[in-house]
Write a protein that binds this ligand. Structure first.
Ligand code: SIN
Length: 304
């Protein structure tokens, strides 16, 4: 029987799991304990686990069905489940200059109608210092708002889009984006407050990188409300900061968190090479029971 140790890293989010070798096959009890820790702590960390790609895929498959590595930026040629999070990967081209406390915070692929339910990232080439990643707890952020504001937010929906910089999100925007960029535009409308399908928690679902606007509010109202909520979402006390070592793994519940990839790695010559697998998610549902709707782009299909 595996003796897992679960050590919380902050009050509200993040725990390190020791006492298990995830490079090896896992028994059902261990899988259940890891899954319960994920639901409770939102992001869990393992250290000294030097997985190769097949071991990473086997570990991921204990918890769900892997999606293609990245629906926009592609996948490893041999292992389509794997996305290379290289220091100079293409995705960095769309990174905004860091201006606000929420700049570059995001929840993975929320522009899709069924964003991944979880992501599993492993560090292979890790800078000796710098390059830490942050996560925030979207349930705690929601609970910390006033009841009056929560009641209002429960009724709203947001447009999430994969950064097409060609104007407000409409089907026309998607056409323009596809013509200009030559790729499918992913644009979806999600409830601003979603219900976690396993824990029942209410979640502030406002991925700062991908939310374009709040439906039904004027542009000025939408921007002011989003800026207030984004600032709130990334308050220090809801977050955990993880210092990576070679062989570290971060496994996060993408439904209940947002995260921030480090910007400081570009201030040094240190290399950083990580690999990520995302697991297929469901269509989010709001407090009123209504599911998200797709404006552009197909649901993400798993790799069987
Ligand atoms: C990610 O956003 O999935 C990558 C995070 C990181 O590079 O630390």
């Amino acid at each position: 029987m595996t003796e897992l140790t679960i050590t919380p890293l902050t009050l509200h989010i993040g725990a390190q799991i020791d006492g298990v070798d995830v490079t090896q096959p896992l028994d059902e009890n261990t899988i259940n304990l890891i899954r319960a820790a994920l639901l409770k702590w939102k992001v869990i960390f393992f250290r000294n686990q030097n997985l190769d790609h097949p071991q990473h895929i086997r570990f991921a498959r204990y918890f769900g069905a892997p999606t293609p590595g990245h629906v926009i930026f592609g996948s490893d040629e041999t292992y389509p489940e794997i996305y290379s999070v290289a220091k100079h990967r293409t995705a960095n081209a769309r990174r905004a200059p860091v201006i606000h406390s929420w700049t570059n915070w995001h929840t993975d692929i929320t522009a899709a109608i069924n964003p991944p339910f979880a992501s599993i990232l492993r560090g292979v080439v890790v800078p000796p210092y710098g390059g830490d990643t942050h996560w925030t707890n979207a349930a705690k952020a929601y609970q910390s708002l006033s009841p009056a504001l929560r009641n209002f937010l429960d009724t709203l929906r947001c447009v999430h889009q994969y950064a097409p910089s060609v104007g407000p999100a409409t089907e026309n925007t998607a056409d323009q984006y596809e013509k200009q960029v030559g790729k499918t535009a992913f644009i979806s409308e999600h409830p601003l407050v979603t219900i976690h399908p396993e824990t029942g928690e209410r979640l502030l679902y406002i991925s700062p990188d991908f939310v374009d606007c709040i439906v039904g509010l004027s542009p000025t109202e939408s921007r002011a409300m989003l800026e207030m909520l984004w600032r709130h979402l990334v308050r220090n006390e809801f977050t955990v900061r993880f210092k990576w070592e070679q062989g570290s793994i971060a496994f996060w519940d993408n439904r209940a968190t947002a995260h921030l990839a480090p910007a400081d790695i570009f201030d040094s010559d240190f290399d950083r090479q990580f690999y990520r697998i995302t697991l297929q998610g469901e269509v989010p549902v709001g407090v009123d029971g209504k599911p998200s709707t797709a404006i552009s782009g197909q649901p993400i299909e798993p790799i069987t």
